[in-house]
Design a protein around this ligand. Structure first.
Ligand code: 13P
Length: 251
């Protein structure tokens, strides 16, 4: 496969500066000889600390969200300009916790995607269905809508900065992983959607990560599927011992 695996840790709302610096340092040391692409996405308050630790390493710095406006009177929000200032390279957008707990809709996510890309960030656009949507046979409908609306108005020239993460909501933090075959079917479908929107060449190059209870003992089987190009890891990314075997899985 010509696509390089992209292994990312979404630390969500965990840790304070000391543990974050320690984890980041352990990852720098242990991933130094890793052959995949790597990212950690800590909370906003940890970005400066983690940025200093991973500077010059092969680990990218990600944020978990950004404001939909560039700057101004937006109490409690964090701007792309502020993220850039801290060395953030990638922004995770449309995570299911943002969509379903904080009620972000496709239009808001699309606004953020366009703003982040305009400022030169790589974007990881998360998509994925709820359990009831899966049970109602709506997996493709939901994933297609979230992909199409999330990328609405995004020029083809920016697609090399777009990564998709398929995270079935029912698999996040539940210990229930999609089977490699079920995940592969959705990944292949999403790649077809990208081909329709942007052409076969872009579709063949775009990285589609899987997320949802990825662990050391299921990572290699998932990554073996043709259209699964990496992982967006939550719980198992919080400890060196659980993340390293995932990040350094052997194809
Ligand atoms: P878990 O790995 O804890 O299921 O979380 C997945 C996730 O939401 C990553 O963004």
């Amino acid at each position: 496969m010509s696509r390089n695996y992209y292994m990312a840790g979404n630390w969500k709302m965990h840790m304070t500066r000391n543990d974050a610096a320690q984890l980041a340092q352990d990852l720098v040391n242990q991933l130094r000889d890793g052959t995949h692409k790597y990212l950690v996405a800590p909370s906003f308050t940890l970005l400066e600390t983690v940025s200093a630790v991973i500077e010059g390493s092969n680990i990218r710095l990600g944020a978990q969200n950004c404001a939909s406006e560039e700057q101004g009177a937006h109490t409690g929000e964090v701007s792309v300009l502020q993220l850039k200032d801290l060395g953030v390279q990638t922004i995770i957008l449309g995570h299911s916790e943002r969509r379903h707990v904080y009620k972000e809709d496709d239009a808001l996510i699309n606004k953020k995607v366009k703003l982040a890309l305009k400022h030169g960030f790589e974007v990881i656009l998360c998509i994925g269905e709820l359990l009831e949507e899966r049970e109602a046979g709506k997996v493709e409908e939901v994933c297609e809508r979230q992909t199409v609306k999330g990328l609405e108005g995004v020029d083809v020239s920016l697609l090399n900065n777009v990564v998709i993460a398929y995270e079935p909501v029912w698999a996040i933090g539940t210990g229930k992983t999609a089977t490699p075959q079920d995940a592969e079917a959705v990944h292949a479908f999403v790649r077809k959607v990208i081909a329709r929107l942007y052409g076969d060449d872009i579709a063949s190059k775009i990285i589609i990560q899987y997320g949802g209870s990825v662990k050391a003992d299921n990572a290699a089987q998932l990554m073996a599927m043709e259209n699964i190009d990496g992982a967006l890891v939550g719980g198992a990314s919080l400890k060196t011992d659980s993340f390293i075997p995932i990040a350094k899985f052997q194809a």
